[in-house]
Structure formats: C-alpha cells, structure tokens
Write a protein that binds this ligand. Structure first.
Ligand SMILES: Nc1nc2c(c(=O)[nH]1)N[C@H]1C(S)=C(S)[C@@H](COP(=O)(O)O)O[C@H]1N2
Ligand SMILES: [Mo]
Length: 500
C-alpha cells in the first residue's frame, strides 16, 4: 500500500474513533451538545442570509442532512490530510488534533446555551483521535536486515480493526443512549392529558373543505435546530422577567392550570416563496399571553418580548400583540394533541398575524420584556424586519403547475391569507385577462386562511393562471415581486397549464 493512502486511512479511522467517542460522551453528559451538532449549529448561525434562503428554498427540510454531510466531508479531508502529513512529520498529529479540538470547543463555547462543560467532549475526542493516530503504524515495519516487510501488514490491519470496532461500539452506545432519551421524551409527551379549553374554538363551519386543517404530520417545519430539543415537561420552566414589576416563574403543571383558549390559526414562514409550501393551519390550545404579562406588570417603555428557547433561539415579538385582543398564546396543544416535539414541545409561542420568525418561538423557556432599541433577536440581527407582519397573499393549489388538462370546465382552487385582516375577495386572471372573482369557502376566522375556487371554462392551448387576494382593509395583494428577505415575498402566484 502506498504511504499516502496508508496515512489517509489511518487519519480517517483515528478521527472517526475520536469523534464517535466524543459523541458518546456528549450523549451521556449533555444531550444536544455533541460536537457535530454544535459545529453544525455554529455554521447555520454564521451562514449569510442569502445562502440560508437558498438552502431553505432549494433543500427544504433536507437542508440539515446536507449540512451534516458537508461537515463530514470537511472532517474526512482534515483527517486524511493529517494522516498523510503525519507519515513524514509526526508533529502533524498534534496540529490536526489541535484544530479538531479547537474548532469543536470554540463552537461549543459560543453556542447561545453553551457552558464550559460543553467543550469537554470535543477536547476529549480530539485528544483520543490524536493518540489513536500516534498509535497506528504509519510506516511499514522494517525487518532486522533493513528491508520493508512485504505482504499484509498485520499490525496495521489489527490496530485499524480495533479502532473501527471501538468507534462502532461507541456509536451504537451513543445512539442507544439518545434513543432512550427520545423514548423518554416521547413517553412523557404521550402521558400528558391536556385539559379542555375554557374557551373552545367554535366547530368549523359546515362546507369547509377537508384540507382546511393541516395534519400535524404534514405541517411544515422551519427552524435552526439540528437536533430537536427533547424537553422533559416535569423540569420545564418558563421565566418571565426583564422590564416587569414581578418576575414570574411557571411550571408546566402551573401553566396548564390556567384557563386555556383553543383557536384555529394559520402560521406561515417569512422565507416562503410566492406559491411555496411553508404555511399551515392548525387548531391550537394555549394560555393567552396578555393576562400573564399583565400579572407580571409590564413596565412603561417595554415594547418587545424576547422569547428564548431551550436551544438558544431568540424571537422578538411586539408587546402590543399580546395586549391588543388577538389570541397571542403560549401554545401547548396542536390539533388535539400535545405539541409534537418538532413543533416546540412542550410549549411554544404563537402570534396571529406575524410570521413564525417574529412570533412563534418553539421550545420556549423564557420571556424577557425589553425594547426593540435595546435588543436585536436572532433573525433581526441577520437583517430581517423586526415587526414580521404577514403580507396578504394567495396560492393556486389546483391545477398543479404544468398540468395537462382537457378542455371544458376546470376547477381552479387554492388558499389566500391575511391573518388579522381576513380575506375579502380572491380573483383569478387567465392569460393576463380580466380578473374573475372566485368563490370563497367558509373559513374559521380572520386569523386563518380562506379557501377559494373558480370554475374555469378551459379552452385548448397553453394558458397561464394568476391569483390575487384583497384583504378586508381593501388592500389588493401587490403584483410587484419581492424576495422573502427581508420581510416576506410579494408577487402573484402564476402557473402554466396546457389544455388539450
Ligand atoms: N426555537 C425556535 N423557534 C422557532 C424557530 C427556530 O428556528 N427555533 N423558527 C421560527 C420560524 S422561522 C418559523 S416559520 C416557525 C415554524 O414553526 P413550525 O416549524 O412549527 O412550522 O417557528 C419559529 N420558531
Ligand atoms: Mo420562518
């Protein structure tokens, strides 16, 4: 085997065993702070907004596996390079291990919820990787007569196998440990019996279409969390502090004792492109935030609620939205179940009328009353608008883009939304022609989307269909195109179809 290949293999196996050991240690002492996840989280936070937008748009929920894969490739290159260099220059081992440990430790220490202990797995793993590489026979054994041994290098094969087996065992154990914890989180969620709402939602009006409510399993997910936080509701606490007269700390049981409201609310993501999928409607159960804040006593001048989550997200929401009568809540239930882990279990915020990044902090553990002048939340620091008001928009769901249709009546249908304002009319234009008014289906409230449909007498040939909504303030959805950054996409969803 040539020396370089030998070095590369030794480097990769040594690094792999160190990283597996570090992940195992992290799984035991501090779940969610494994070196890979911590480095990945730092990469996400440091990623420039346009790249993030691209990732959300092009990769959707696959953005996280792709990121972890990219980190894996960088690690393999670093490990192989270190191994190759070490065949000539032993000190390369210290350099490679040092880089690995330093990057891991720096990422761990700079995570928003990071503690000094979080750096331990990375340092330990890097040291182990260095020792392993030192121990591996990087050069071919030389016989007493000074001739390199030929044939299979038993020592190399044996040591590589031992390391690989050790890494495999660490990996399996680590997965078992986190699997246990996941099951525990799932069990504690499964054991929760949510109280009935003191103020239940009205039944959905008859005539509402079946897909008005988005099932939990199909609800879009957008967040920066590489691993979903697993919060034990029995240790969960919410702290309300900052510009308040009395700090409040609540347990989950205390939160559930408060009168609950149940509401149908549409939630959507500011990163959604025109016509995009990051929107859904659910029946949420939660504690109105306004009363809680009033009990805490909001000090004069406080205009921002900064919600902090277990994994360190910060989301800034205007104080006014908790006091102006809308159903801003700390949600605990979604479509008749406790919140799914992905959607913020055990508690998330929900603010009708605001995009998720400005009002819907998942896994929330802290609310700090402050001002917009004093503090920029996570997305605002990255250039997104501070207020996050949902823009009036509409989408064509049927027919699908590039559908081949037969001439005759075709049902064109979709949704339109302008949470807090409500939808007044929806219109469709065929081939840039006059706007035709669509039929609006019954809807739940001004905080939910409105389904619409129109029977179109399709004639043969290629056609384009465009939609626009008018909200109940009379404002017509603009046709001017804007990208999602910095405060939500605008433009009209337009599709092409062919009629035979
Ligand atoms: N803790 C936390 N909360 C978060 C986010 C996040 O990254 N972390 N993303 C926000 C964004 S941008 C949106 S659009 C909504 C999405 O909520 P969902 O995943 O339940 O649909 O969550 C919001 N809350
Ligand atoms: Mo979002």
């Amino acid at each position: 085997m040539n020396l370089r290949l030998r070095g590369a293999i030794c480097g990769i196996v040594a690094a792999g065993s160190g990283i597996a050991a570090a992940e195992l240690l992290a799984a035991v002492i501090r779940p969610g702070a494994g070196p890979l996840v911590v480095v990945g989280g730092s990469v996400i936070d440091a990623t420039p907004t346009p790249v993030k937008e691209f990732a959300v748009r092009e990769l959707g929920t696959a953005d996280k596996p792709v990121l972890l894969g990219a980190i894996g490739v960088v690690l393999i290159l670093l490990a192989a390079g270190t191994g190759i260099a070490a065949t000539r220059w032993r000190a390369a081992i210290a350099v490679g291990a040092g880089v690995l440990g330093a990057v891991g430790a720096a990422a761990a220490l700079t995570r928003p919820a990071g503690t000094v202990a979080d750096a331990v797995p990375a340092v330990f793993g890097a040291a182990l990787a260095g020792l392993a590489l030192w121990w591996l026979p990087l050069e071919r054994h030389v016989t007493a007569t000074g001739v390199p041994e030929t044939g299979v290098d038993r020592r190399l094969v044996l040591r590589l196998s031992l390391l690989a087996a050790g890494a495999g065992a660490a990996q399996v154990t680590g997965l078992a440990v986190s699997g246990q914890r996941e099951n525990a989180a799932g069990r504690s969620r499964g054991a929760i019996r949510l109280p009935a709402a003191a103020d239940p939602a009205a039944p959905l009006p008859s005539g509402i279409a079946a897909d008005f409510t988005t099932p939990n399993a199909g609800f879009y997910r957008v967040d920066t969390a590489l691993t979903v936080p697993r919060i034990d509701p029995s240790v969960w606490r919410l702290r309300i502090h900052g510009m308040v007269d009395r700090e409040i700390e609540l347990t989950f049981a205390e939160l559930l004792k408060r009168p609950l409201i149940e509401r149908d609310i549409t939630l959507n993501c500011v990163s959604n492109e025109v016509g995009g999928p990051y929107i859904g409607t659910a029946r949420w159960l939660g504690v109105p935030l306004g009363a809680l804040l009033t009990e805490a006593g909001i000090r004069a001048g406080a205009d921002q609620i900064v919600a902090r989550s277990a994994e360190g997200m910060t989301i800034g929401t205007p104080v006014a939205t908790a006091l102006d009568g809308r159903d801003t809540m700390l949600a605990v239930g979604m479509n008749g179940e406790p919140l799914p882990l992905d959607h913020g279990f055990p508690v998330r915020m929900l603010t009708p009328g605001l995009y998720g990044y400005a009002g819907a902090c998942k896994w929330v553990t802290e609310l700090e009353l402050t001002t917009f002048d004093q503090f920029d939340a996570y997305w605002v620091e990255r250039g997104w608008g501070a207020q996050g008001i949902v823009k009036t928009a509409s989408r064509i769901d049927r027919p699908k883009p590039f559908a081949r249709l037969t001439a005759g009546p075709v049902t064109v249908a979709g949704v339109a939304w302008a949470q807090r304002r409500g939808i007044a009319t929806v219109e469709v234009s065929v081939d840039g022609g006059p706007w035709r008014t669509a039929e609006l289906l019954p809807t739940a409230s001004i905080d939910t989307w409105t389904q619409w449909r129109l029977s179109w007498p399709a004639t043969s040939g290629p056609h384009s269909l465009a939609v626009r909504a008018t909200d109940r303030t009379g404002a017509v959805q603009t046709g001017a195109r804007a990208t999602p950054f910095p405060d939500g996409a605008t433009g009209r969803h337009t599709i092409s179809v062919t009629v035979a």
